[in-house]
Unconditional design. Structure first.
Length: 580
């Protein structure tokens, strides 16, 4: 682990981009973020804990911790380890572990060539279970055989003729040499190397034995080296109310107190805040029941709880609220758009938690439990996870249930959605067998409509599409979407999204979104596609029409189809919406 500050990233990036196990380039050096059990003690770093009881219940932790940001030059904040260890000299091309040049601290340099800074290995080896190790240069040169005889010193040389891998040559002292052409193929290392199970972010010698995954070579800066697996929740009543936020700050004392009323009186919480002692006692007991799983509400999915809160009016009461949701202005409903409800979410708080990460491919519900790499050593499991909280605003829209039920019962609609559902089920067949849900026409419709509106609003109200997010509510009892901005900067609450609920804006923007979705520059190939996207989980959807930045989408740009939204040339009545 390093002992002094090397560089910095934003707190939010520690959850989404540079979290535990990821590679961070600092100048010409490369480091890996260490596990959370190596992070500074919270008392030492004076870090802030945040709470969201429903997430704490589901993830089985006692709270969430903001990544440390003490700005201490002496201590630093989040520890890192040097990775990859193999470096090369840009002058001689010698390729070896950095300590062979006599480097112990600071940037590795080559003493023989005027202290030229060494270059970290461009390539690493990773597997689908999250393990990562050095690229097996010796075995690559010797076609899978270990070095023998005069084999030893390795060199890497780029001809400079092009950036292609065939112009990068690896050679050995024995005289054998080979280019890197084909090294990044999915099965290029088959017969060359097996997964070592290494987890360097947890410690130098930490590894998982008997990993049966076939590793693959990757460039250390490739996006596939690290994918975050983030759980999130919208802070809703009663947890968003001031009384619950107050007891969250004192939960260590209040959560286990036997004589609760006496402790509240001794702490003077009622006098300091204006909440009555009875209110505080009820709030503590409510949270205790939820964490113990005794409260009836705890049996519901987080999404259902949020849906119920979003369909009700919650006005501002001036007591440190983080959730305000009120009906849209008079005239917000347009019968021809089949909207059931329009709500202005004038204030919301979202908690985003890094619960694991994956490599090679993005996390999938089909194998999340199998592939999610740990954030800490099992024997030193912390009772918290890293998280951030963001404040924003949004618009909640529901679809008219009567028209929706009539539409989704049509045979042609069900057959269209069944194509995506079958591809989704195929994901689960090799691992857990049974899919975790059914991909219904309702879900695909809501998802595609949300993408179309976000693309339109990014043009209409000035927000970049990457600053907008979707949250989908699709089940037998739910048919809605929350389109919101929740960022850690000023783009989160400028009022631009809530302003879209004005009748003269809402109707026209949704109609324009549907008109844009009706035509794609990739048509007719796009609208006639029988399978597209990752794992064939899309039908008519591409980057020219409804795909979004992946940070905006709950489903990594899958489970989309314009056909169910606006119909196809062969079956114009297929779409829920009619474009005249």
């Amino acid at each position: 682990m390093t002992g002094k500050a090397l560089g910095g990233v934003r707190r939010a990036q520690m959850i989404t981009t540079y979290g535990v196990g990821s590679l961070v380039a600092v100048g010409s050096q490369s480091f890996m973020v260490a596990g959370i059990d190596h992070w500074p003690d919270r008392a030492e770093a004076d870090n802030v804990f945040i709470h969201e009881p429903r997430l704490e219940r589901d993830l089985r932790v006692n709270g969430f911790r903001l990544p440390p940001a003490s700005e201490s030059e002496r201590r630093g904040d989040v520890p890192v380890v040097r990775f990859p260890v193999w470096h090369s000299c840009p002058e001689s091309g010698v390729l070896a572990e950095f300590w062979r040049w006599g480097n112990t601290t600071g940037a590795p340099t080559c003493k023989e060539h005027d202290d030229r800074e060494l270059v970290p290995s461009r390539f690493v080896m990773a597997c689908g279970k999250g393990h990562i190790d050095e690229f097996p240069y010796y075995r690559w040169v010797h076609a899978g055989s270990p070095p023998a005889g005069r084999c030893g010193q390795m060199r890497i040389e780029a001809s400079g003729r092009s950036a292609a891998l065939r112009d990068i040559e690896i050679s050995c002292a024995c005289g054998k040499k080979v280019t890197m052409e084909g090294a990044l193929g999915g099965s290029a290392l088959r017969g060359v190397a097996t997964c070592t199970g290494r987890m360097p972010w947890l410690g130098k010698d930490v590894r998982e034995s008997d990993c049966d995954e076939q590793p693959r070579a990757m460039q250390r800066g490739a996006s596939g080296v690290w994918f975050s697996d983030v759980a999130s929740a919208i802070d809703i009543p009663p947890w968003s109310q001031g009384v619950q936020k107050l007891i969250a700050r004192h939960w260590q004392a209040l959560g286990k107190a036997r004589h609760l009323r006496d402790l509240i009186e001794d702490m003077g919480l009622s006098a300091k805040t204006g909440h009555s002692i009875d209110d505080l006692v009820r709030a503590v007991e409510k949270r205790r029941r939820t964490e113990e799983g005794l409260d009836q509400d705890s049996a519901f999915d987080r999404k259902l709880e949020e849906y119920e809160a979003l369909t009700r009016t919650t006005r501002e009461d001036g007591r440190n609220q983080s959730f305000v949701c009120v009906p849209g202005p008079e005239g917000s409903l347009a019968p021809d758009l089949a909207l059931g409800q329009v709500m202005r979410v004038e204030r919301l708080r979202e908690v985003r938690v890094l619960q694991a990460f994956t490599r090679v491919s993005a996390p999938s519900p089909a194998d999340r439990a199998k592939r999610g790499a740990p954030l800490y050593n099992a024997e030193s499991r912390p009772d918290w996870l890293p998280a951030i909280e963001v404040i924003g605003e949004g618009v909640f829209l529901t679809i008219d249930q009567l028209r929706l039920v009539e539409w989704e019962q049509r045979d042609v609609v069900r057959a269209r959605a069944a194509v995506i559902d079958a591809a989704y089920r195929d994901l689960f067949a090799p691992t857990v067998g049974e899919a975790d849900r059914e991909i219904t026409p309702r879900f695909v419709l809501l998802h595609t409509l949300a993408h179309a509106i976000i693309n339109e609003w990014s043009l209409d109200c000035g927000y970049p599409a990457a600053a907008l997010r979707e949250r989908l509510y699709a089940a037998d009892s739910m048919a809605g979407m929350l389109l919101y901005t929740a960022t850690s900067d000023s783009a989160g609450s400028l009022g631009g999204i809530v302003a879209q609920t004005e009748p003269d804006r809402l109707f026209s923007s949704i109609r324009r979104a549907l008109e844009r979705a009706a035509w794609c520059s990739a048509d007719p190939l796009c609208i006639e596609a029988t399978a597209s996207g990752v794992d064939s989980l899309n039908l008519a959807a591409c980057h020219a029409c409804v795909l979004l930045p992946e940070t905006s989408c709950e489903e990594y740009n899958t489970l989309l189809d314009r056909g169910l939204l606006i119909g196809t040339p062969d079956t114009p009545d297929l779409g829920f919406f009619k474009i005249s």
